[in-house]
Design a protein around this ligand. Sequence first.
Ligand code: 5AD
Ligand code: SF4
Length: 426
Amino acid sequence: MNEHDSEKLGGLLEAEGYRATAMVEQADVILLNTCCIRAKADQKALSLLGRLKLLKTKRPELIIGLCGCLAQSQGAEILKRAPYTDLVLGTHNLHRLPQLLKQVLARKKPKLELVEYSAPLTAKPLPVSRNNPYSAWVTIMEGCDNYCAYCVVPYVRGRERSRPMRDILTEVRQLADGGVKEITLLGQNVNSYGKALDNEFGFPKLLEQLNQISGIARIRFVTSHPKDLSASLIKRMAELPKVCEHLHLPLQSGSDKVLAAMNRAYTQAEYLEKIQLLKEQIPRISLTTDIIVGFPGETEQDFEQTLTILKTVQFDNLFSFIYSDRPHTAASEFKAKIPRTVSRQRFQRLLKLQQEIAASRRKLMLGQPEEVLVEGPSKTDAAKLTGRTRGNKLIHFTGSSDLIGELIQLRIIAAGKNSFQGEVIS
Ligand code: 5AD
Ligand code: SF4
């Protein structure tokens, strides 16, 4: 969602006549679009903002803006820390950027623009600056009401609200008319799409409607909450041909005690039941997950239960994080913090196990035919092309540039750590 917001900020700037530059020294405007999900993201953003001070000293006319979740959560604090920042723009009012820039240019000092939570989602999609012409993100809902104990999102993205289905369908039809073939639906908790609208317009219904839009060949979505992943949604995923065989389903921990302390509202058994159902109904499904290591109170036994689940499920990929305290959250008040050295060791053990699992999963793909959406020249080898499978795997292969933007059949001939090599079948 943060990346998609960056595309919107870029789109708004382009609509004002600004152009992107690869040279930071040449920029007239620098916006940092920040994330604050973990402490490290905060630190990175603040240190980058710190480094920009020198540029600003050299060229006082340079406009520096801080946008996104860190801006939303720290607001005025940022201005104390980095008073050379010209504008601080929160998560609820990206559309105000052009106006604010004009004010800064007129040196009328807008500095801070944060709107309280739950501003309704704008019906009109903002202009977007995309790098990939065939694949697009589409926001369907924003905010979160789940209050997982470790998570800052409800405090920076506000209450859960869904976009009306007709607005989403109109946007996707326009994208398809513009040549987009793959869409990724975005929301903090896509499975609860439409909860506040009307029951008959829930997420499975939205998928059905999107599946009918000609020109769109692939539908993906992030992120799903295990508690809201219903049997009827799994059935729809299996039935609808355009919905890709890939699901990111954050587990966070394999221990029921930790899951309860995290306020995740499911048990490991319930999670595994859903995985079982997914594997039965969508045999080719590629599963990925998020794990937090070192949540307050996590014992060695708790952690081992997480490892056991990883072995059982066999995820293709996992994103693992060492727990960090976030402002406002319940867990930041929990006393039984895990020493950093213990968390680090657990993190390494988790990575090692997952590397073995991922390697054996990759082996299974060798020799398999795969549908690939060709994205463009490979970033690592300009003589090759790159595309993505329905399971969201990156594949490099030799082929003519006419194939860019097409859906083709490839066979996987070699597996690397982060990508595959393939050859064209048709
Ligand atoms: N500490 C560590 N990881 C976190 N995540 C969210 N909040 C925290 C935190 N306080 C992780 C979760 C989530 C992913 C996006 O970031 O695993 O799914
Ligand atoms: Fe955060 Fe939990 Fe909401 Fe996901 S579901 S955004 S982890 S509070």
